[in-house]
Ligand binder design. Structure first.
Ligand SMILES: Cc1cc2nc3c(=O)[nH]c(=O)nc-3n(C[C@H](O)[C@H](O)[C@H](O)COP(=O)(O)OP(=O)(O)OC[C@H]3O[C@@H](n4cnc5c(N)ncnc54)[C@H](O)[C@@H]3O)c2cc1C
Length: 405
């Protein structure tokens, strides 16, 4: 019986397992590896960081979706792959795990672009633990304010006003009343500052929509500092320049959060795969070009959009669609000894950015959506992806039919 090893129980990995369990029952043995016993919706991490969602609301046990007749789940750290020998080294197992086919879906890590002090002095937000750490850090700063009266304890700087930074700022705005109670101040005393190098934000949207998003964030009282190129992070201080040759300026804050960029898992480089920022340019079967039995999905993959010079942006949406393709292709290979006739292709259903619980903006199925309607669309999109991986059971258990919890 063929052995499929799936690395990462994120959107890409877990959905691949769920589909293979249905399509190849009796014909395959699956091993799924993740460092955590739970799957989490990375698209909601900003809400955990702000404290507007609990970690349990955005995660569920991997075991809930495992069919023990076919799949073994190993909770361990993936160290590296040897794609030529077709095996995977795990941190706590002496013998490497061998495979016939491997699906690599280890997701993203924070990218600091070598900016001095960013790793040491800014908080990343790429997994549940980091999101909880951010929330705990904010609360500690607010509690400290009661005795210190240091205004920096009330300041939160988010580095990077991309999609993630904007969504985080929106969630922090929603949390401002609670934050103010903790510190014993007025909500308007809590300062939320976004520092961003670009002057034209949100390149995934047209000018009109991007302007709408920017104005929305500003109207909510977020201090949006654009055209500020971050040059370093010191403890409690973000250094930046308003132009290459400009003098260095700084903004101080008790909480500094890093959402400037992400790269693919470092396991990609450790495994000797050819990649740029941890992303492998896959072929149209989503395989590593040199290793046809290795599928690379989600944030560790780069797939070129036809006629474009850049790969598609990494999103949960494309990770899920890559899982669909991989399950079809593996089923054809294992059942019929041939490849799925069509190569992989992708059509985005749109992108919607939330700004707090009741506002959002973006495009859905080719149409612009804004405000409350936008937030409704965003919640429907999030429910769809929860449903695609976790099924009705997880959707119900998370109470997500109540959209405005
Ligand atoms: C705040 C935020 C908002 C976002 N909003 C959207 C959105 O609105 N729409 C959208 O489409 N996308 C959004 N994204 C992007 C989206 O979350 C990612 O593109 C998506 O999570 C990638 O899925 P994946 O399956 O490749 O990896 P992940 O979801 O990151 O899963 C990777 C899995 O691998 C495991 N893992 C990693 N390394 C190891 C290791 N060495 N050993 C063992 N296990 C390991 C992790 O525990 C995790 O379970 C957002 C991201 C963030 C941070």
């Amino acid at each position: 019986m063929k052995h499929v090893v799936v690395l990462g129980a994120g959107y890409a990995g877990l959905k691949t397992v769920v589909l293979l369990q249905k399509k190849l029952k009796g014909a395959v043995k699956i091993t799924l590896v993740d460092r955590n016993p739970y799957h989490y919706e990375a698209t909601d991490l900003h809400e955990v960081a702000a404290g507007t969602q609990t970690p349990s609301k955005i995660s569920y046990k991997v075991a809930d979706l495992i069919d023990p007749d076919i799949t073994t789940f190993i909770q361990d750290e993936v160290v590296k792959l040897d794609p030529a020998a077709k095996n995977v080294q795990l941190a706590h197992q002496d013998e490497p795990l061998t495979y016939d086919y491997c699906v690599l879906g280890l997701g993203f890590v924070s990218e600091t672009f070598g900016i001095k002090g960013a790793e040491e002095n800014a908080l990343p937000m790429t997994n549940v633990k980091e999101a909880i750490d951010i929330h705990d850090h904010i609360l500690k700063q607010l509690k400290d304010y009661r005795s210190s009266k240091n205004p920096d304890n009330l300041k939160i700087v988010v580095c990077g006003a991309g999609f993630t930074g904007i969504e985080l700022a929106g969630a922090l705005v929603d949390a401002r009343t609670h934050f103010a109670d903790v510190a014993g101040v007025q909500p308007s005393d809590i300062q939320i500052i976004l520092v961003e190098a670009a002057t034209r934000l949100l390149p995934m949207f047209n000018d009109k929509l991007a302007d709408y998003g920017v104005n929305l964030v500003k109207k909510l009282g977020v201090n949006l500092m654009t055209g500020c190129l971050i040059s370093g992070i010191e403890p409690g201080k973000v250094l930046y320049k308003r132009g290459k040759d400009a003098d260095e300026e700084s903004v101080t804050a008790g909480t500094i959060i890093w959402t400037t960029g992400v790269s693919g898992s470092p396991v990609v480089a450790k495994s000797g795969l050819k990649a740029r920022r941890g992303r492998v340019m896959v072929n149209d079967h989503l395989n590593d070009p040199e290793h046809p039995d290795l599928y690379i999905l989600g944030d560790v993959a780069a797939f070129m959009a036809p006629g474009e010079k850049r790969p598609y942006p990494t999103t949960a949406q494309i990770a899920l669609s890559m899982a669909d393709y991989t399950a079809e292709d593996l089923t054809e290979r294992i059942k019929n000894g041939q490849r799925f006739a069509k190569g992989y292709s992708y059509k985005s259903l749109g992108t919607v950015a939330s700004v707090g619980n009741t506002k959002a903006f973006g495009t859905a199925m080719g149409h612009p959506v804004k405000g409350y309607i936008g937030s409704f669309m965003k919640k429907m999109i999030m429910n769809r992806s929860l449903m695609e991986v976790g099924g009705v059971k997880e959707l119900l258990s998370k109470g997500r039919f109540d959209l405005y919890h």
